[in-house]
Ligand binder design. Structure first.
Ligand SMILES: *[C@@H]1O[C@H](CO)[C@@H](O)[C@H](O)[C@H]1NC(C)=O
Ligand SMILES: *[C@@H]1O[C@H](CO)[C@@H](O)[C@H](O)[C@H]1NC(C)=O
Ligand SMILES: *[C@@H]1O[C@H](CO)[C@@H](O)[C@H](O)[C@H]1NC(C)=O
Ligand SMILES: *[C@@H]1O[C@H](CO)[C@@H](O)[C@H](O)[C@H]1NC(C)=O
Length: 366
């Protein structure tokens, strides 16, 4: 590829990402990468499900090498960009189609619309809840054990892998803040709801640890009140930038999540958990990066991106691709800062680059 020649197309601040992705060669930083989450990470697990929460049709994938794949984005998701930064050979395949040959290098279990709670997002149709993603992971672990011959070898392999988990957004946007369809809003205050979610998430993360995960980055929730979906539902005037009471409720969850990460690191032998401060990262100076439109999706505006709807004319000027999910241009910035913190508050207690460097079995000195 004519590497330098293509660089003129890229915004200068993204040069590093572009360089790593197309020009740098080197050893993968981890031998394997397992992904859990929702539409921010899904790479095609919903394609065969009966649901409105699917994205395997144009114009999704318009900027992706393989076209529409099921990614809820014009191009690469945050976990795709992370795979490139980690110098992995390829993107991580969806669990739905991963072969035995590839499964040693990881799998993507994420499912659009899914949440920590089982009922979350159900009005879209079928989905794979976090609980079911963990069941699928356990099936994957048995496949890996068969390939490697025994449990010890499988656990040793998994201890070297990176895991990322990004879940919980839909428990707010497609549950708590849809009181017409879900009762949680009247059952819990925002503080109680954050507790209920965190307690369940705690159990789920312990299950992941029990089945071999040792290097786990957890994406905190982003500024959900700035999503076009929420601005459309709750914004009071057309130029309202964000719905702050939603951001405030989500902040309670994030604060609890940081404490959970500290607790897991303190209590679980050999565990390295890291919190990625998505709400902090998403407070970046968007205008300085050439973004002009912050609360309206490039495809669909404040609605889902539907088959064959025309996307906006300039996709790098939009933060959001559809009414929920960011564009590739935004994902590149988020992934870069999750990988190498730009400010100390971007990741706690470490960024993904640092997390990836831990040798398995290494004691945590903190
Ligand atoms: C497990 O398999 C590895 C090779 O894959 C072998 O070296 C090791 O001895 C085996 N351990 C047990 C307990 O069978
Ligand atoms: C860590 O252990 C302490 C003491 O047993 C317990 O109170 C706390 O809930 C545990 N936290 C986590 C996140 O495991
Ligand atoms: C996340 O980032 C924001 C903005 O930089 C900061 O105010 C907040 O303290 C950070 N949170 C954590 C847990 O570091
Ligand atoms: C798209 O937007 C970016 C950022 O504002 C700008 O640099 C670029 O020239 C625009 N491209 C086109 C084709 O308008």
């Amino acid at each position: 590829m004519d590497c330098m020649g293509k660089m003129w197309r890229v915004v200068p601040v993204l040069l590093l990402v572009f360089y790593l992705q197309h020009c740098a060669h080197g050893e993968p930083e981890v031998p394997c990468y397992f992904i859990f989450g929702d539409s921010l990470s899904d790479s095609g697990n919903n394609n065969k499900l009966v649901t409105l929460g699917r994205a395997n049709f144009p114009p999704n994938g318009i900027d992706f090498p393989n076209g529409p794949t099921g990614r809820f984005c014009n191009g690469r998701t945050i976990v795709d960009v992370l795979a490139e930064l980690l110098k992995l050979e390829d993107y991580i395949p969806p669990y739905a189609t991963v072969s035995d040959y590839r499964i040693l290098q990881g799998a993507n279990f994420a499912s659009g619309s899914s949440g920590i709670r089982d009922e979350t997002g159900r009005h879209y149709g079928d989905l794979i809840t976090m609980k079911e993603q963990l069941k699928n992971y356990q099936i994957a672990v048995s496949r890996i054990t068969n390939i490697l011959g025994n449990d010890t070898a499988a656990m040793d392999h998994l201890s070297k892998c990176l895991f990322t988990v990004g879940i919980g957004s839909h428990d707010y946007i497609n549950n708590y803040y849809l009181p017409q369809l879900y009762p949680t809003n009247s059952e819990y205050t925002p503080v109680q709801y954050a507790s209920v979610l965190i307690n369940q998430y705690f159990q789920q993360l312990k299950t992941l640890y029990k089945h071999g995960a040792r290097k786990v980055a957890i994406f905190g929730l982003g500024r959900l009140g700035c999503m076009p979906l929420e601005v459309g539902l709750y914004g009071e005037v057309s130029d309202t930038e964000c719905v702050e009471f939603i951001n405030d409720a989500v902040q309670v969850f994030n604060d609890r999540l940081v404490r959970l990460v500290d607790g897991l690191n303190a209590n679980l032998t050999d565990a390295h958990f890291a919190y990625i401060n998505m709400s902090g990262i998403q407070s970046f100076d968007a205008a300085a990066f050439g973004f002009r439109v912050r609360n309206n999706g490039c495809c669909g505006g404040q609605l889902p991106c539907l088959p064959f709807s025309g996307p906006c004319s300039n996709r790098t000027e939009h933060i959001y691709w559809d009414f929920i999910n960011p564009t590739e241009a935004a994902n590149m910035i988020y992934a870069q800062r999750a990988y190498i913190s730009e400010t100390p508050s971007d990741a706690h207690p470490m960024d993904i680059h640092t997390l990836a460097q831990f040798a398995s079995g290494e004691e945590d000195d903190s």
